[in-house]
Design a protein around this ligand. Structure first.
Ligand SMILES: Cc1cc2nc3c(=O)[nH]c(=O)nc-3n(C[C@H](O)[C@H](O)[C@H](O)COP(=O)(O)OP(=O)(O)OC[C@H]3O[C@@H](n4cnc5c(N)ncnc54)[C@H](O)[C@@H]3O)c2cc1C
Length: 387
């Protein structure tokens, strides 16, 4: 595998880094402190082409390959995971699912609005009683004249309070189990039964929006069913293949951000009449972060390379997601250690890195679920549901 970047990829990475530092970073701390979901900033990110990075230009996207998309996500993730979450959800979970599974009409109707940031989208899979066991959807879709009525509830839905379009997964026939699940493209405007509520008290991602959504007789017309009824679970899993890649790339950014902040601080901070960077034990902390950042980046590059080659990559994506997210938590922890007491307050970004990194081993499949996918590939035995 040749991991050298083309001139164009390097330029796109430089542009993303510049944008991240000049536009996103200055607002990240304030948004986190104020628990403010910055819709205006999300639109600026869209103007850069990052919300539809992997969507072909004919549908309003930037037409980037996955490796290049990963570079952009890493740069945004290095300064603000809340805004990186917006990119991951909109681009990978919503747009890539519509691109792969939508009809031509659905693609033409929704993708340009989503890529331009005119509309925000959300991905409604998790429910109050259904997390890792995503096939066990309790939300019900019932056939009515001209469409479907959806009743139930969704939990932890990123951008759920702001989304104009919600991908809602719902069971149409419980006897069919996961083969009964449908994916419904629900336009939220004018839907009284679509009732999002902000979730308060999160540990991190304070600059992102997370909703609990009640679904009370929400109507979805027939033409807004995505894929066939019964293909919903497959759609969700294929979207997560893209989403997990995006989360992993964002976590490479957190790792690199931790390295950068720690190197800078350790050279400025003096103890025992010398910079703390000169102490071997401080360098050990930094070396561990450097190794984590590099290893995570390589795994993300491999997954992106396979995606661009259109080769199977679920295993490699899970490995990248598992490693990069756990590495981000380790790096954030080490970065706080390097900063000493100053790492414990929000004057330096490492405190935010820690709080924001923590969720990444939970969402889009916990680390345990990634290990079960990896273990299944290694052994041929499905340990997800014990016999
Ligand atoms: C901030 C935030 C944003 C999110 N955004 C979205 C979103 O946009 N859309 C969406 O659909 N969801 C979203 N989620 C939900 C997220 O994907 C779920 O939280 C996650 O899948 C885990 O589900 P759960 O929380 O119900 O945990 P559970 O499934 O209840 O898991 C609890 C624990 O049990 C373990 N466990 C479960 N099953 C097994 C098993 N078979 N073997 C071993 N261990 C197991 C888990 O690993 C975990 O440690 C978000 C969550 C958060 C916190």
């Amino acid at each position: 595998m040749d991991f050298s970047l083309s001139d164009e990829q390097q330029l796109i990475r430089e542009t993303a880094r510049d944008f991240a530092h000049k536009v996103v970073r200055p607002r990240a701390d304030e948004n986190a402190r104020n628990k403010h979901f910055d819709v205006d900033l999300a639109r600026q990110i869209a103007d850069q082409g990052y919300l539809g990075a992997i969507i072909p230009k004919e549908y309003g996207g930037a037409g980037l390959d996955y490796v290049t998309y990963g570079l952009v996500v890493e740069e945004i993730g290095a300064v603000d995971s809340a805004m990186r979450t917006v990119i991951s959800v909109q681009t990978s979970l919503v747009c890539s699912a519509i691109l792969k599974w939508g009809t031509e009409e659905q693609k033409q109707h929704y993708l340009p609005k989503l890529c331009s940031g005119e509309w925000l989208g959300c991905f409604g899979l998790t429910e109050p009683d259904t997390g890792s066991d995503a096939a066990n959807q309790r939300t019900r879709a019932t056939k009515v004249d001209g469409g479907w009525k959806i009743n139930g509830a969704k939990m932890w839905i990123s951008m759920g309070n702001h989304a104009n379009l919600a991908l809602v997964f719902a069971q149409t026939d419980p006897e069919l189990k996961h083969r009964g699940i449908g994916c419904f493209l629900v336009e939220t405007e004018g839907q009284d039964g679509f009732q999002p509520q902000e979730i308060h008290g999160k540990m991190g991602l304070h600059g992102s929006d997370t909703a609990a959504i009640g679904l009370d007789d929400v109507f979805c017309p027939d033409e807004n069913v995505m894929g066939e009824i019964g293909e919903g679970f497959k759609i969700a899993m294929s979207a997560l293949d893209s989403g997990r890649y995006s989360v992993a790339a964002g976590c490479v950014g957190i790792c690199q951000g931790c390295v950068n902040e720690s190197v800078k601080y350790s050279k400025e901070r003096n103890q025992f009449n010398r910079p703390i960077a000169s102490f071997q034990l401080v360098q050990e902390l930094i070396a561990e972060m450097v190794v984590d950042a590099d290893a995570a980046r390589m795994l993300v590059l491999r997954a992106g390379h396979l995606k661009d080659q259109k080769k199977p990559n679920t295993l490699e994506t899970s490995i990248a997601k598992y490693y990069a997210t756990e590495a981000a938590v380790r790096c954030a922890n080490n970065a706080i250690q390097v900063h000493g007491g100053y790492g414990y307050i929000d004057e330096y970004p490492v405190e935010r890195y820690m709080r924001d990194a923590r969720v990444t081993t939970l969402y889009e499949g916990t680390s345990q679920i990634q290990k079960l996918i990896i273990g299944r590939h290694a052994t041929g035995i499905n340990a997800m549901i014990p016999e």
